[in-house]
Each structure stands twice: as structure tokens, then as C-alpha cells.
Design a protein around this ligand. Structure first.
Ligand SMILES: Cc1cc2nc3c(=O)[nH]c(=O)nc-3n(C[C@H](O)[C@H](O)[C@H](O)COP(=O)(O)OP(=O)(O)OC[C@H]3O[C@@H](n4cnc5c(N)ncnc54)[C@H](O)[C@@H]3O)c2cc1C
Length: 813
């Protein structure tokens, strides 16, 4: 026991992810790490995983992680002297529709930017890569030469070998049964004695909720049953494989929802079926205390359709006998991405758990986790996997519904105007009934239902109509009209869920001033504040309203609640108080040239001559509101902040007064259109730790005259060196699609930048791209091209000012 009585870091869980975390921490120099595994290594999901290692993802950050894994696995066996079976076979992903082909083209574009040559194949070329497939009903395929499969147990053992070689330790058959925080360190109980640790990591796989509970953390997750079937030798496949000297590439029929892989001289067929089955989600199906190396009973009935479909697609399969079924537990978060990063609300604790694709992501996940722990930040922005993206409202019912939905649509396309239907209506605005009655079509933001657009009589509001990459759908005309109302009269957007923190205490202003890059607004004023990390990268953006000298309101995105509160609390000076008031308040944006007239008609006594970026307390509809003169839509406007109990009265008063003046409700799609025209950035879209404040073109929010603020030294050094790429606004001669996130910018046959936003601007009648471009090309008038779903379109670099109302005259009216 003595040798593991204490460690700098204790990792709980010895699956592929826990062991990769151990390996990467040791590699980063943190060798005093101990992994505690309750059974044998790999006893959780890892031992029975199929071991597919794709690089494909429609998420930039997850593609980064999977690409890194594939690279690591190639050299790992040799590096640690633990040979393993890793077959890089390539894969063929079949497309049944034009929309699917567009998805492939987009991912191929992202892959190219990450240095991978993914290839989109016409139907006529598919059989040259995969001779046994029926292609008559296909529109094409994506060929990924880097895809492959690995033996998950060997991978885990290789990582363990490497970690041990660097001095890290592993203790098997040692479950952690309790945890206690002394105020300075963790004391973990195990049957072999207590273990002290500075830091802990939950790598408990499908037990992550149970492990989290030891730390008082409710992990948002559920467990699905997932099966694959093994078929025995097929002589024709065997003779092809022998004569070609290789295995078939892995075949994914994503529209039918399964993969088919050559396994020895037979096949492995793995469907993501729908309907599907959750496990351990109801009281009559309790989770056993120990499920190590166990499986669920075979459950083939629900796979029948997939087996038949696969046999029709690859008729060779029909010749084989089914020899074995693996039905194992696989954990899901509500969005299907894992949890990697700080454990919310728990000191010195991290998570690397709830992996649905934990074999292909283990390598990248270990790297990301190790960076979080050893450097406090990650190389790539990893918000997609950050545990803090869930803010604590996600109850069991929600987790189960979303898990089932994500699993049943594992290979589905994620269209820009589509809102997935499960787990909805959990958090409703105080005026939800009013907006719904006006035709609002909703989408969730941190669970809060917000109007995306307001359907007019006759508009198609079906879910099916949202399933398109095209700019235009049933919403398009309505959104255009909403933007026109904001431009010509006035619009009202209900925005429930903003995160808001009240900062008070002697010295609050001085402290906050050292946290942000710019000047703190004076009392009675508000402004945008940027928080940089020590490398000068963009951590977050908040609206700051100075109520009194040392009384400050910080307002930020709904989904940023835990992230931003965590950042503030982590750095908070002693004696200051930070209160989270998010749950008590709501907000509406009232904006358009008639906004002042509407407020006056609503009977407010507020001084509406107060200028842009001021705030005041006022009354509307007999209720207290804080009026903030700012508009993310870029017109004259105010944000109306009211207590939840007062919000309906405020809404009613403004709508009643404004409707005769042309006031119309508008939704998030219109807001997106209006804000790109102003070049206003969104958090975790345009603003992320992938970019520094200077690259983000936020120079005017940096006050160099102040003696010190977080990130200053790094930003000063960058200023001296000069940035290599910088924020740019592009007008694109696009056809029927707006550019999705990470569409590449081209010049002279080279990729010279990327877009972080792309949308149609209804006031300027143009497709607008916001993004990052090499500085030498970042000149007004410069011609470039933007690749949108595989096709390049001419684009023009615009001046570094808003496309709409460049001088901000309309805002200041
Ligand atoms: C049928 C099937 C096929 C799959 N195929 C693939 C695939 O092809 N590719 C892919 O990428 N993914 C695949 N997966 C998913 C993959 O198996 C998991 O994502 C991955 O194994 C997760 O690894 P992990 O280390 O996070 O968790 P696990 O492997 O579950 O490890 C968690 C470990 O924590 C230990 N533990 C739990 N509680 C404690 C405690 N209190 N104290 C100490 N130890 C504890 C457990 O014993 C366990 O060993 C598949 C899953 C299934 C079910």
C-alpha cells in the first residue's frame, strides 16, 4: 500500500481514456500520477469495443482530437515497445442523397485544412475502393485513407507500458469508494487503504456518474446498449484479401446507420439502430455495482432491418454465418460528446469520461486532459467537450431522452436551421405562451427555448423542412421581414437565459480592471469586456454594466454560465463577492429606429436621451426594468432586463404600445443576420481560445496604457511581432448555401484563412463571412475565394468596419 499512499494526480478508471490520460500527463512531466482501476485494465467498455479509429467528424475540435489519436497510434507500438494490431484500412462512407454529399464535401474541406486528404468519390468510383458494394442508389462516397481499426486492449496496454516507463503508476483491483476534500487535498478511500492526491480525474467510463457522485458532482449522462455482430469466414472475401494483400476498407452506410468492417476473413457489422435501448435508466433496471468484463444478452430483433440492409448492400455478407454478438454498455452525454476538462464546482478535480467513441478519441483526449491539468488551458479550443457546457439543469429524464436521440441519429447530419426535438420545453421564458401564440418556432439555448423565427400563416413548420444545408427554407421570407421591421420600425426579441453575475466589494472595479483587456466603463455606463488568458487568447466576452463604483453587473451568454462564473471565481480577489443572478432575471432586446417612440408610448419615465452604452433603472408597465442602451442588431435600441416575475407585464406593455408603431417580434435567425452585418462576434463561434485578442481584431478593446492586465505581456509581444492572421469581413458571391463554420478561404490555390461565421445579411442583401485571414491579404478590395461545400466562390475582403451603418450612426440616433 505504501507505494501508492499518495500521488500528485490520481486517475480513477483504467480504460483506454484513463490510461491515455496517465500516459499524456507523464509525457508532460507529471510523472507522480497514479491510476486506480477497480478491476483489471479495460474492464469497462474498452475490452469489448470494436476498435474503429475514424478521423471523420463534422466538428472541427473533435476531428482534431481523432486526427491526433490516429497519428499517435501509428507510432505508439514502436515508441513503447509494445507491438499492437492497428490496421489502417481506409474507409468508404456512403451517401444516399445530395445533402449527404454536401456534408462529405464540407468535412473533406476541413480535413484538408488539418492536413488530411479525404476524397469525395462519384458513384462510378466507389467499387474501385470497395469491390463488393451495390452502388445503384448512391450519390457518392467519402474515402478516408486514415481510417482503421485497433485492438482496444492492446492500445490500452501499450499506453500503460509507456506511462509506466515514464514513472507513472497503476494499481489494479483497487476501487475508489469515497472521496474527501480536506481544503488542500483529496483523500480517496479504497479497500487497500487511503490515497492522498492533489488532483483527481474521473475516467470512470459508464460508471462516471457513480464516480462523480463521490465528489458531489452530478454527471450529465446515461448508458445505452450497443451491439456489433461477428460473421465467420467468407471464402470469396478470403481469396480477394489474400490476392490483394490487404483488408477491405471499413464501410459506413451512414444513411442506413451502420458500419461494416472486415474482421479476419469475415465481417463485423455494427448498427446504431433506432429505436434503440437505454440501460440502467429506470428503477426496475438498476445498475449493478460491478459489471466488469460483462455483456448484456444479445438483442438481435431490433437489428434485423440493419442486417438485411447490409446484406443487400454487400451481398457477400449473406454468405456468412453469424458467430458472435457483442452487446455492451456505452455511455452518452446529452449531446454525444465526451466530458474533458475541469469538473464543474469541484476543486482540483477533472473529468475525462462519458466517451461514446473512446477508442478513436482516447489519444486526443489524453493530450487535451493533460494540457488542462498541466497548463490550465488546451492547445485547441475544446468547448465541444468541456464539461461546463452543461450547466446543471439537465435532469435524468433529459439525459435519457437526448442519449436515445443522439444514439438513434449517430450518423445524422446536423443542419444549421434544424432543432432536434427531444428533451425540449424544459426551460421556458416567462413570456413563452405569448411568443408561441405569435408563431415562434423554438430552438434551445442552454435548454432555454428561444424563438428562432416567427412563422406566418402558411409557412411550413415541419421538422422535415429544416433538414437542409440551403440558406433558404420556410423561415427565409419570415426572417427577411423580421430584419426589415428592425431596420425600418422596431423589433422585440425575447432572450431568456442570459447568464448574469453581480460583483461587489471594495476594490471590485480595480480587480475586474486587471482581468480584462480594455477599460472598465464608468458608473452609469456599460461596455464589452474581453478576458484573455496568459497567452493572450480569447477566453470570454462579457457585457459589463457599472452600477456604482464597486458594484458591477456582468452579463454573458446563456451557455457560458459555468464557464464564465468559474473563470471569475478562480481569479476572484479575497473580500469580493460574486453572485449568480441568472435564474432570477430575463431580457428582451427592443431595437429599431422607432424603439424610443415605443418606449415612450409604453409610458416609461426613463431619460431616453441618454446615449449609447448607458444604463438606467426605469419602470415599464408598472414594473422595474434596467434599460441598457445597446443593440446586438445594430440599430437604435435597448436591452430590457426585468425580474422573471415582472417580465410578462413588461412584454405586454411594450408590445401593446409598439404594435401600432410597427413593432414586430423577431427571432435568433434574424439576430444572426443582423449581427454579422455589424461584424459582431459570437462566443465559441468567432471568439474562442483558437485566437488571440489581436487576431480577433479586438485591438480597440485593448487599453495598453494600463500597467497590468491578464494576457498583457503575451499581447504586447504579439503586437511587436505582428499578427500573421487577423479578423476579416468578406462578402461572398455564394450560391444557395451560406458557408458553415471552418469553411476555408483560398487565394492562388492556397488556403489562406477560415470562416468562423457565415450568414445572409438581409439589410445588405449579401452573403457575409466573418473569419480569419492572412494579414498580407487582409486589405479592403482584395479578391479571394471561399470554399462552401466543396465549391469555391469569389469573395471580396471588406474594410475593417461594419457592413451596415459603418459609422454607428443608427445606434447613436
Ligand atoms: C459494442 C461497442 C463497440 C464500440 N466500438 C467502438 C469503436 O469501434 N470505436 C470507438 O472509438 N469506441 C467504441 N466503443 C466505445 C468505447 O468502448 C468507449 O468509448 C471507451 O471504451 C471508453 O473508454 P473509457 O476509458 O472512457 O471507459 P471504460 O473503458 O469504461 O473504463 C472505465 C474504467 O473505470 C473503472 N472504474 C469505474 N469506477 C471505478 C472506481 N470507483 N474506482 C476505480 N475504477 C473504476 C472501470 O472498471 C473501467 O475499467 C464501443 C462501445 C461498445 C459498447
Amino acid at each position: 500500500m505504501a507505494e501508492f499512499a499518495s500521488a500528485w494526480v490520481v486517475i480513477i478508471g483504467g480504460g483506454a481514456v484513463g490510461v491515455s490520460s496517465l500516459y499524456h500527463l507523464a509525457k508532460a512531466g507529471w510523472t507522480d500520477c497514479l491510476l486506480l482501476e477497480k478491476n483489471e485494465l479495460t474492464a469497462g467498455s474498452t475490452w469489448h469495443a470494436a476498435g474503429n479509429v475514424p478521423t471523420f467528424s463534422s466538428s472541427w475540435s473533435i476531428m482534431n482530437m481523432q486526427r491526433y489519436s490516429a497519428g499517435l497510434y501509428r507510432g505508439l507500438g514502436e515508441a513503447v515497445n509494445y507491438p499492437m494490431n492497428y490496421h489502417v484500412t481506409g474507409s468508404v462512407r456512403l451517401g444516399h442523397s445530395d445533402e449527404r454529399l454536401l456534408e462529405f464535401k464540407r468535412v473533406a474541406g476541413m480535413g484538408r485544412y488539418q492536413g488530411m486528404d479525404l476524397e469525395v468519390l462519384p458513384p462510378s468510383e466507389i467499387r474501385s475502393r470497395y469491390p463488393f458494394v451495390e452502388t445503384h442508389d448512391l450519390t457518392g462516397a467519402l474515402y478516408d485513407p486514415y481510417d482503421g481499426d485497433i485492438d482496444p486492449a492492446q492500445l490500452t496496454q501499450a499506453l500503460a507500458t509507456g506511462a509506466r516507463q515514464m514513472g507513472a503508476r497503476i494499481e489494479r483491483f483497487c476501487p475508489v469508494t469515497a472521496a474527501r476534500w480536506t481544503g488542500a487535498e483529496w483523500i480517496l478511500s479504497t479497500p487497500k487503504g487511503e490515497v492522498r492526491a492533489e488532483y483527481v480525474v474521473n475516467a470512470g467510463g459508464y460508471y462516471a456518474a457513480e464516480v462523480g457522485a463521490l465528489f458531489g458532482r452530478r454527471v450529465p449522462m446515461m448508458v445505452m446498449s450497443h451491439q456489433y455482430m461477428l460473421f465467420d469466414t467468407i471464402p470469396e472475401l478470403e481469396s480477394w484479401s489474400k490476392s490483394e494483400g490487404k483488408k477491405l476498407p471499413l464501410l459506413r452506410d451512414v444513411d442506413s446507420s451502420y458500419y461494416l468492417r472486415q474482421e479476419k476473413m469475415g465481417f463485423n457489422l455494427g448498427p446504431y439502430e433506432n429505436p434503440c435501448r437505454a440501460h440502467w435508466a429506470t428503477p426496475d433496471d438498476p445498475m449493478p455495482e460491478d459489471f466488469s468484463f460483462q455483456l448484456f444478452p444479445d438483442d438481435l430483433d431490433r437489428l434485423e432491418w440493419y442486417i438485411n440492409d447490409a446484406m443487400a448492400r454487400v451481398p457477400l455478407l449473406a454468405e456468412a454465418n453469424l458467430t458472435r454478438v457483442i452487446n455492451g454498455p456505452i455511455p452518452y452525454t446529452p449531446d454525444g460528446n465526451p466530458l474533458i476538462g475541469p469538473m464543474p464546482g469541484v476543486p482540483n478535480a477533472f473529468e475525462a469520461c462519458v466517451f461514446t467513441f473512446g477508442i478513436c478519441q482516447a489519444g486526443g483526449a489524453g493530450k487535451v486532459l493533460a494540457e488542462w491539468m498541466t497548463e490550465g488551458a488546451t492547445e485547441w479550443d475544446m468547448w465541444s467537450c468541456d464539461p461546463r457546457r452543461f450547466t446543471g439543469w439537465e435532469d435524468h429524464d433529459y439525459c435519457v431522452k437526448k442519449g436515445l436521440e443522439v444514439y438513434g441519429h449517430e450518423y445524422a447530419m446536423h443542419f444549421p436551421h434544424h432543432a432536434w426535438p427531444e428533451g425540449r420545453m424544459k426551460r421556458l421564458s416567462a413570456v413563452h405562451d405569448r411568443t408561441a401564440a405569435l408563431g415562434a418556432q423554438f430552438g434551445p439555448y442552454n435548454g432555454y427555448e428561444r424563438a428562432l423565427w416567427y412563422a406566418r400563416p402558411g409557412d411550413d413548420t415541419s421538422e422535415e423542412a429544416q433538414r437542409t444545408w440551403r440558406r433558404e427554407g420556410p423561415w427565409f421570407g419570415a426572417v427577411k421581414a423580421e430584419c426589415a421591421a428592425v431596420r425600418d420600425a422596431c423589433g422585440m426579441l425575447d432572450l431568456p437565459g442570459f447568464s448574469r453575475f453581480r460583483l461587489t466589494g471594495a476594490g471590485a472595479a480595480e480587480w475586474l480592471s486587471a482581468q480584462i483587456t480594455g477599460k472598465l466603463p464608468s458608473v452609469g455606463r456599460l461596455g464589452l469586456a474581453y478576458f484573455a488568458d496568459d497567452k493572450g487568447r480569447i477566453v470570454t466576452e462579457m457585457s459589463v454594466a457599472r452600477i456604482a463604483e464597486d458594484k458591477i453587473l456582468l452579463i454573458t451568454a446563456a451557455t457560458a454560465q459555468l464557464h464564465d462564473r468559474g473563470w471569475l471565481e478562480r481569479h476572484l480577489a479575497p473580500g469580493l463577492s460574486l453572485t449568480d443572478e441568472s435564474a432570477d432575471w430575463s431580457c428582451q432586446i427592443l431595437t429599431g429606429p422607432k424603439a424610443r417612440e415605443v418606449l415612450l408610448a409604453a409610458g416609461t419615465e426613463a431619460d431616453l436621451t441618454k446615449g449609447w452604452l448607458t444604463h438606467q433603472s426605469a419602470r415599464i408597465g408598472g414594473r422595474e426594468v434596467r434599460l441598457m442602451r445597446v443593440s446586438f442588431a445594430g440599430e437604435l435600441g435597448w436591452e430590457l432586463h426585468s425580474r422573471l416575475t415582472d417580465t410578462p407585464a413588461v412584454w405586454d406593455a411594450v408590445m401593446a404600445a409598439g404594435t401600432p408603431l410597427g413593432l414586430k417580434p423577431f427571432g435568433m435567425f434574424a439576430l444572426n443576420s443582423l449581427r454579422v452585418e455589424k461584424g459582431y462576434r459570437t462566443w465559441k463561434g468567432d471568439l474562442s481560445t483558437d485566437y488571440t485578442v489581436l487576431q480577433g481584431g479586438l485591438d480597440r478593446f485593448v487599453d495598453w496604457t494600463r500597467p497590468a492586465f491578464r494576457g498583457k505581456a503575451a499581447l504586447e509581444a504579439e503586437k511587436q511581432r505582428g499578427v500573421t492572421k487577423r479578423f476579416a469581413t468578406l462578402v461572398i458571391e455564394a450560391a444557395e448555401h451560406d458557408p458553415p463554420y471552418m469553411s476555408t478561404i483560398w487565394h492562388d490555390g492556397q488556403v489562406v484563412g477560415e470562416l468562423t461565421s457565415g450568414y445572409w445579411g438581409h439589410r445588405v442583401d449579401a452573403c457575409i463571412g466573418l473569419g480569419m485571414l492572412k494579414v498580407e491579404l487582409n486589405q479592403p478590395g482584395q479578391r479571394v475565394e471561399v470554399e462552401i461545400f466543396g465549391q469555391r466562390y469569389p469573395a471580396k475582403v471588406m474594410a475593417d468596419e461594419p457592413l451596415w451603418d459603418a459609422k454607428n450612426e443608427r445606434i447613436r440616433m
